[in-house]
Design a protein around this ligand. Structure first.
Ligand code: SF4
Ligand code: SF4
Length: 349
């Protein structure tokens, strides 16, 4: 069914979502920092930024999350479960790359060997309203990694900004449950024509030429390549690329305790930090930036496809946009495919 939501009705539409659900959507946290956060007021929502600085994974896998609490009770300890996700949730305004990334993390967190109850509970309760990208950035290369600016996989509903209205597609059972929403109206053929035009324009803007196909096999031959000796040199190991990456899912756990009460918290971690792989003996199997940069790239483009059948990169471009020393992951991919990295030396926005 083809529907639309007039922009003049968006505020009331959002009010309805806030009343009925825990709504997560893009919002400006402070100047220059945009995130997906729980929304209390419609005016917090900003659907105009192409990709938020922090990815939508945070709605399922927060940067810092209490796993459980504990305290002494008599002679014994008592464990108190962390707060459960009680209400149904909506993730609104996630771009196709971020939605694809959630399905990548889902492969790890709901696999045969391990089920992450914290992630799974949130995922099951969430309806995803995707938002097409009319204006991809020069750093976007989602078309090279199996997606695209209007890739609908993973969305329950899909919105496209037509200017005066959002074109609305109901794609799954969860999405169809919104058919009777009083703010949705039937779209007309002009809206469909505009949708097609916007899609075509956006596809032309995205870099579909980054050589990701077959990268896994090419990297098999590169584990001891001298390439790693030099490519890591400018990396300062800040971890920004991994923290802002929508597919990175490593975490560390710490106990925060005062006297006889405490909580176990998990926090995002980064394979680019020197202590990430430091063992208790003092041995570090990834002692320098060379091994750590290699790990980042091999995990995304070699180990992950071997384990899960696709690369762990969705081409969102955040690691290119926000790296303080202009490390461009596309250069590494170009090298691995034995092509010269032309014109990718500087930061492009
Ligand atoms: S953002 Fe850049 S400098 Fe920081 S760890 Fe990643 S590649 Fe290295
Ligand atoms: S590796 Fe970079 S481009 Fe790929 S998904 Fe992560 S942040 Fe986006």
């Amino acid at each position: 069914m083809k529907l639309k939501l007039d922009k003049k009705d968006v505020e009331n539409f959002l009010k309805g979502l806030i009343e009925g659900y825990d709504l997560y959507a893009p919002a400006q946290l402070t100047e220059g920092v945009s995130v997906f956060k729980k929304i209390d007021r419609p005016e917090e929502v900003n659907l105009t930024q192409p990709v938020t600085q922090k990815p939508a994974k945070e709605a399922f896998f927060p940067q810092s999350e209490v796993m459980f609490r504990y305290e002494e009770a008599g002679n014994r300890g008592q464990v108190i479960s962390a707060e459960q996700t009680k209400r149904d949730r909506i993730l609104l305004g996630a771009r196709p790359c971020d939605i694809e990334a959630i399905s990548i993390i889902e492969k790890v967190f709901t696999g045969e060997d391990y089920t992450d109850v914290y992630f799974l509970e949130k995922r099951k309760k969430t309806t995803i309203i995707g938002l097409g990208c009319n204006h991809p950035l020069s750093t976007c290369f989602c078309s090279s990694t199996g997606g695209g600016p209007f890739h609908r996989a993973g969305s329950d509903l899909f919105f496209t900004d037509l200017g005066e209205a959002y074109f609305v597609e109901l794609l799954t059972e969860k999405g169809t449950a919104f058919r009777e929403n009083k703010f949705f109206k039937e779209a007309d053929p002009k809206d469909l024509a505009l949708l097609k035009e916007l899609e075509d324009k956006a596809f032309q803007k995205v870099d579909g030429s980054v050589p990701v196909e077959g990268i896994e096999k090419r990297l098999d031959l590169m584990i001891e390549s001298p390439f790693w000796d030099s490519i890591h040199e400018k990396c300062i190991g800040c971890g920004v690329c991994t923290f802002l990456c929508p597919t990175c899912h490593c975490f560390d756990m710490t106990d925060e305790a005062v006297n006889l009460k405490g909580q176990r918290v998990r926090n995002w971690d980064s394979c680019l930090f020197p202590i990430y792989s430091l063992e208790t003996s003092g041995h570090n199997p990834r002692p320098t930036g060379r091994e750590r940069t290699r790990q980042r790239l091999m995990h995304k483009f070699n180990y992950f496809p071997k384990n899960f059948g696709r690369v762990a990169c969705v081409g969102c471009g955040r690691c290119i946009l926000y790296c303080p020393v202009q490390f461009d992951i596309r250069e590494a991919l170009l090298y691995a495919s034995a092509r010269r990295a032309k014109g990718l030396k500087g930061k492009s926005r």
